[in-house]
Design a protein around this ligand. Structure first.
Ligand SMILES: [Zn+2]
Length: 151
């Protein structure tokens, strides 16, 4: 019988870099290109239940229908909920304090989390009306909307 050798676990301190690209999908690609090239925000409209979903996706989460139609939504929207981040962590994209808010754009039936900025932290509230601030140098990603700010 073969003798089983036991080894103590050890760590190797190394850092790997992996450059990658991914396909955002049919609906995601339309969304990001419209955002980058036209500063338009698109939602996906369900042909069966008529819900407008933001960001666009290929399947309706309500009735599971395939989604192929996009409609322009926003750019104004409403804060549905929010949180004020008051501490710094390495994984956070901004230095605290900052606000994450779920924003439902006019014409959409769903909300999406994004940054809320240019706002007094004590003034943030559910129902606050907001508008997007677009990045000057847009790259077809969600940060083409830099953040939302109050009207
Ligand atoms: Zn549906």
């Amino acid at each position: 019988m073969e003798e089983i050798k036991h080894y103590e676990p050890f760590e190797v301190d190394q850092h790997l870099t992996a450059n990658s690209r991914y396909y955002a999908g049919r609906m995601g690609s339309r969304f990001y290109v419209a955002l980058r090239d036209q500063q338009k925000i698109l939602g996906a409209k369900c042909p069966k239940c008529n819900k407008v979903l933001w960001p666009p996706r290929s399947t309706c989460h309500v009735c599971f229908s395939e989604l192929t139609e996009t409609v322009e939504i926003g750019p104004l929207g409403t804060v549905e909920t929010f949180t004020v981040v008051t501490y710094n962590e390495p994984v956070q994209p901004r230095k605290a304090p900052f606000v994450y808010a779920v924003i439902r754009l006019d014409g959409a039936d769903t909300g999406m989390a994004h940054f809320l900025d240019e706002v007094d932290l004590d003034e943030v509230h559910i129902g606050m009306r907001v508008r997007p601030v677009f990045a000057r140098d847009r790259k077809a990603n969600i940060l083409d909307i830099q953040y939302f700010k109050p009207l």
